[in-house]
Write a protein that binds this ligand. Structure first.
Ligand SMILES: Nc1ncnc2c1ncn2[C@@H]1O[C@H](COP(=O)(O)OP(=O)(O)OP(=O)(O)O)[C@@H](O)[C@H]1O
Length: 292
């Protein structure tokens, strides 16, 4: 069963369309990254998924058609970018509240995380540093008895060793239960490269993907050949850049492009795979077409 599916989900704010998602679904047991430029609608989409705000139209199914709101609210743990409404509470206050709200809240895990993240229990959240607040929110989010963990920029502002700690805890969360799934938004390619199985790309409220990260890494490449007419129409080629006698092709379908070049008797001089940062840059910049 898919932990989450969205169909034709629309949301406008102040008469402006913010989200227009035709379809989205998550496979269980995986880490899904949500990527998009500033203002593309990531937080709004995560708010819709988590039930913080209502959609205008469409359908969101969490944990199957038969799961009612009481049930899915227990199974979906949302970690916002900031907890402004809770900033006057201490971590202990919030843990006490959550223990009441969630059946099966894991107090033992919470205590371990508080200890490992070196978090003060009694200080008000607004007196913690940004990174400490993120760790505090993660400790709360992980201690809920959830199957789907949804996090909005969970590593932003966290120091390097803290990021390593948090990522280890994400893995422990997944490994503890094969039905568990993580969806997180980010602007950081290395987080995607290291953690994500699937990438969902949001552009002005519309979703592309999911793209399997490992397949993307196999498909995107630069291929250098001797300059010739017609290179832009070789299958898979997204862009052609020519310097002197040499053309550099950017392909989104490396093996098809290589095969077509070989059949057409182009001599391939060099091939270089794109890294995840380059791939995301290409994917996010859209389809401006091929320049020769
Ligand atoms: N409460 C609101 N009132 C008016 N406009 C809003 C509101 N919430 C979001 N928006 C608008 O919706 C759009 C998407 O915002 P959202 O915060 O979802 O984007 P984002 O992808 O999370 O951005 P970022 O990467 O900067 O965090 C923006 O144009 C934003 O101004």
């Amino acid at each position: 069963m898919k932990p989450l599916t969205l169909t034709h989900v629309k949301k406008s704010i102040d008469q402006q369309s913010i989200i227009n998602v035709e379809a989205m679904s998550l496979d269980a047991g995986c880490i899904h990254a949500l990527v998009g430029d500033n203002g593309s609608g990531k937080t709004t989409l995560l708010h819709l998924i988590s039930g913080y705000i209502h959609m205008d139209s469409g359908k969101i199914v969490r944990f199957g058609e038969n799961s009612n709101k009481e049930e899915w609210k227990q199974k979906l743990s949302y970690m916002p970018q900031e907890m402004q409404a809770h900033s006057f509470f201490s971590l202990k206050d919030l843990a006490d509240l959550e223990q009441l709200a969630y059946k099966g809240w894991d107090h033992e895990l919470f205590n371990r995380l508080v200890h490992e993240f070196d978090l003060p229990l009694k200080k008000k959240l607004d007196k913690l540093s940004v990174g400490m607040r993120k760790k505090a929110m993660t400790a709360l989010a992980l201690s809920r008895p959830s199957k789907l963990l949804v996090m909005d920029e969970p590593l932003a502002g966290v120091d390097i060793s803290g990021q390593e700690q948090l990522k280890r805890e994400w893995i422990s969360y997944l490994e503890a239960d094969e039905e568990r799934t993580i969806l997180f938004s980010t602007h950081t390619p290395s987080e995607i490269g290291e953690m994500a199985d699937y990438i969902h790309i949001l552009k002005k409220g519309e979703l592309e993907g999911p793209f399997e990260k490992d397949s993307l890494s196999e498909q995107y490449a630069y291929i250098w050949v001797e300059q010739a007419p017609g290179l832009s129409s070789v299958p898979g080629v997204k862009r052609v850049q020519t310097t002197g006698n040499t053309s550099m092709l950017l392909t989104e379908d490396r093996f098809t492009t290589e095969e077509a070049l070989t059949v057409a008797r182009y001599e391939i001089q060099q091939i270089q795979a794109l890294n995840i940062t380059e791939i995301l840059r290409v994917k996010l910049e859209g389809n401006e077409g091929v320049s020769v």
